[in-house]
Design a protein around this ligand. Structure first.
Ligand code: PHE
Length: 484
């Protein structure tokens, strides 16, 4: 931790633009090493996209207007509008440990969640538990593969014993009968649950192969395979912004809130930032030795700054992804009470894309679930609606999966990250070509200005990307200071 020692070289002033996760990490690490940091933050709160909505949270989107969260006043009733989950191997976990942020599992995978598709063959408009879709799809695919191995239809480089082993594996994988047919499986669940005495229960009937293939449900399975979506995942108890609060305990007194950067200037000897105090409307200036700029590039490109032509071009070339979410408070946790569903998600080809059930405060009375989490063009479409229209869409579509929606609904809060002032995007979006070209420029210091944020990492769209990028800037900066 104390690997950065200033050894008497005090007086180095670092101006950090943005008190999101990257800015906070940089200030925290530099602070430990004895640097004099000042953070300029345009919003009234730190954390940036790491933002938790509770009763009374008020915010204005560009073009959508003011919204006030009418959730109940209860520590369990929160909505993580930005990051909501942390992979175990991300540095975010290390900061939680160091800063004393309590964590609990985030249920990213739950077989009791549903798939629901429209215009997708015979299963259209039918909610199907994930376990049922998986049992059938895997069963039929295993059956076909097992037969292919037997029929020498595949030119496999395997001897007879190895083929037998492969078939044995496929039998277990698909829960096939001894003659290698998929005839349904208890993995898919029951029509009537097994119970006491002579009650063996009744297994559900499998869907036929054509129906399950046409449903498209199989295309959802891989969502939970990717490296950074695999269970276990975690989240802080009480909301993701517990991380922000913990950082603020160390560096909060260094943050100037509601200060909007107007100009970023630099010379051979230092940096100078002109900012507007949004409370007084007064312009001020602050000078320092170096600047760490964490402002999203979608916003930074509009700020007059002394960047080299290459850097300016790189900043201008960068594109951002759209993302939108809505939190829905319900009077009753019907997903738990009626459906035995505790956390996890349901996926659909409707605009709402997915529903996440809360991974906190099980058995409590009310709950806030994530009513939609959309990306790309769908996020843009939802973002273009009024708050009321977004709410109505989330309820109408969600009610097709959960008929309890209309009766139990309390309040909503929605967000379109492209419309959030000082963010203007969900996360950065680089093509493979971008990475080989202008991205490299973004990673290099531009004279005395260093960029940091999720956009300066290969862990984009994660807090860990912001943290890692801040850490490497801090160590580069320190080396430079020690050599100066
Ligand atoms: N980190 C974000 C999330 O988990 C965005 C993301 C989605 C990143 C899917 C990778 C894969 O929702």
């Amino acid at each position: 931790r104390n690997d950065l020692q200033l050894s008497g070289r005090t007086g180095q002033k670092i101006i950090i633009l943005g008190a999101g996760i990257a800015g906070l990490t940089a200030a925290y690490e530099l602070g430990l090493a004895g640097y004099d940091c000042t953070l300029l933050e345009a919003k009234g709160h730190a954390g940036g996209r790491c933002w938790t909505i509770r009763k009374g949270t008020a915010a204005s989107e560009i073009g959508t207007g003011l919204q006030i969260a009418r959730f109940d006043n209860d520590p369990g009733l929160y909505f993580n509008a930005g990051p909501m989950r942390i992979p175990q191997f991300h540095v975010t976990m290390e900061y939680c440990r160091t800063l004393g942020v309590a964590i609990e599992p985030f249920n990213n995978v739950n077989e009791s969640g549903y798939y629901y598709n429209e215009n997708a063959g015979p299963l259209s408009g039918q909610r199907v538990p994930k376990r049922a879709a998986k049992a059938d799809m895997r069963g039929y695919v295993a059956e076909m593969l097992a037969k292919a191995v037997d029929q020498k239809a595949l030119d496999l480089p395997l001897g007879p014993e190895e083929k037998a082993k492969l078939v044995e594996y496929l039998r277990a994988e698909g829960d096939l009968s001894p003659d290698l047919f998929y005839k349904g499986s208890s993995r898919g669940g029951y029509k009537t649950e097994p119970a006491s005495r002579l009650d063996a229960g009744v297994r559900r009937d499998p869907f036929d192969l054509k129906s399950i293939v046409n449903s498209g449900f199989g295309n959802y399975f891989s969502n939970e395979y990717s490296y950074d979506q695999q269970m276990l995942m975690f989240h802080p108890v009480g909301g993701m912004d517990a991380i922000v609060k913990a950082f603020e305990k160390h560096v909060g007194d260094r943050i100037k809130y509601r200060t909007e950067v107007q100009e970023i200037r630099q010379s051979a000897s230092g940096v100078r930032v002109v900012y507007k105090d949004l409370a007084t409307k007064q312009e001020h200036e602050i000078a320092g030795d170096y600047c760490i700029c964490t402002i999203p590039l979608s916003v930074l490109k509009k700020i007059p700054a002394d960047f080299s032509p290459d850097m300016a071009k790189a900043i201008n070339s960068t594109r951002y992804a759209s993302a939108g979410k809505i939190g829905l408070q319900f009077k009753r946790r019907f997903w738990e009470e009626d459906e035995h569903l505790y956390g996890g998600s349901s996926l659909t080809n409707m605009d709402i894309t997915q529903i996440y059930y809360p991974s906190n405060d099980y058995f409590s009375k009310k709950g806030i679930l994530l009513g939609y989490y959309a990306y790309g063009g769908i996020a843009d479409k939802l973002g273009g609606m009024s708050y009321q229209e977004r709410e109505k869409l989330a309820l109408t579509q969600g009610a097709k999966i959960h008929p309890q929606y209309m009766k139990e609904f309390d309040a909503s809060f929605s967000i379109d990250w492209k419309r959030v002032p000082y963010q203007e995007g969900g996360w950065v979006s680089y093509s493979a070509d971008d990475r080989q070209t202008f991205y490299k420029t973004l990673c290099k210091p531009d004279n005395r200005i260093y960029l940091a944020g999720e956009h300066i990492s290969y862990i984009t769209a994660w807090q860990a990307g912001a943290m890692e990028s801040a850490r490497v800037v801090v160590s580069d900066l320190h080396q430079r200071v020690m050599q100066a």
